[in-house]
Structures are given as structure tokens and as C-alpha cells.
Design a protein around this ligand. Structure first.
Ligand code: CMP
Length: 142
């Protein structure tokens, strides 16, 4: 499985604004297969844990507050070169720098409220998939 999955979250802002359907459609049209998906809400503790790598950053507390402010969609996506291809589909972290036609260019509100998360490496993709999903919730493991 190495290199074939990535983990995405549709963040609270994009979910609240009703962008879930269009974003999932872009994911499908780009050739990703959804092998696990759930509607959930992160607790403060879960958001702190998910973004622990950013603990020392000035935006950490605000990011945690935002990410635990409402429902999200978490999904594991499968495709060859899933991590790189998905990062291309979503665009730059800061939507001001995102290319036209990318998910963040279309649906992000700001750097913090940037519509979606995408894993930054194969190693993190596997850790992040395990954060949200038991093996029994992944169709590739059934
Ligand atoms: P994401 O891909 O989910 O990974 C970490 C998140 O931190 C990132 O998207 C942004 O939402 C947020 N982030 C990164 N840099 C900044 C910043 N300078 N100010 C505010 N939020 C940031």
C-alpha cells in the first residue's frame, strides 16, 4: 500500500458553507477512489493531537479552535502517487498562492480556513489514516 493513499479533511469552514459535494466531486473527477470516509467533529484534544507538529507555531491555538469548531469530513483517498497528486489538486496552503482550478483556490476563505487538509508524505498519510479509521472502516482492509 505504500505511496497509494492520502488523508484529507474537509475543514469546518468548507463544510459549513456546503462545499462538501463539489469538493468530493472534484476528488472523484481527479481519479481518486474513496476507501474510507466519515462525518465527524474533532474535540479540542483531538485537534491538538492531529496538529501536534505545529505546537510551537503562533497559529497553533487558533488552528485548533477552528478545526474543532464544527463538523468535518475525513476521508482516505487511494491513487498512484496519492500524496503528490492530491497536493496538486488542492493547491498551495495559502489560497492566495493556489493555482486556478484547485480546491483551495475555489473554496478556501483564508490561510487558516483553507477548505481542505492533505497529507504531506506517505508516512504521515498512513499515520493520519490510522488517526481517523480502524482497519475495519477501510474498504482496502476488509
Ligand atoms: P493544513 O494543510 O491542514 O496543515 C496545517 C494547517 O495550518 C494549514 O493547512 C493551515 O490551515 C494552517 N496554517 C499554516 N500556516 C499558517 C499560518 N501562517 N497562519 C495560520 N494558519 C496556518
Amino acid at each position: 500500500m505504500a505511496g497509494k493513499i492520502t488523508l484529507t479533511m474537509i475543514k469546518p469552514g468548507a463544510f459549513r458553507k456546503g462545499h462538501t459535494g463539489p469538493i468530493l466531486n472534484m476528488i472523484k473527477e481527479a481519479g481518486f477512489r474513496i476507501i474510507a470516509m466519515k462525518l465527524t467533529k474533532l474535540s479540542t484534544k483531538q485537534a491538538e493531537e492531529f496538529y501536534a507538529i505545529h505546537r510551537s507555531k503562533p497559529f497553533y491555538n487558533s488552528l485548533v479552535d477552528f478545526m474543532s469548531s464544527g463538523p468535518i469530513i475525513a476521508a482516505v483517498l487511494e491513487k498512484e502517487s496519492a500524496v503528490d497528486d492530491y497536493r496538486q489538486l488542492i493547491g498551495a496552503t495559502n489560497p492566495e498562492n493556489a493555482e486556478e482550478g484547485t480546491i483551495r483556490k475555489k473554496y478556501a476563505e483564508s490561510l487558516e480556513m483553507n477548505a481542505v487538509h492533505g497529507s504531506d508524505s506517505d508516512e504521515n498519510a498512513n499515520l493520519e489514516a490510522d488517526f481517523f479509521f480502524a482497519k475495519s472502516e477501510r474498504t482496502d482492509c476488509m
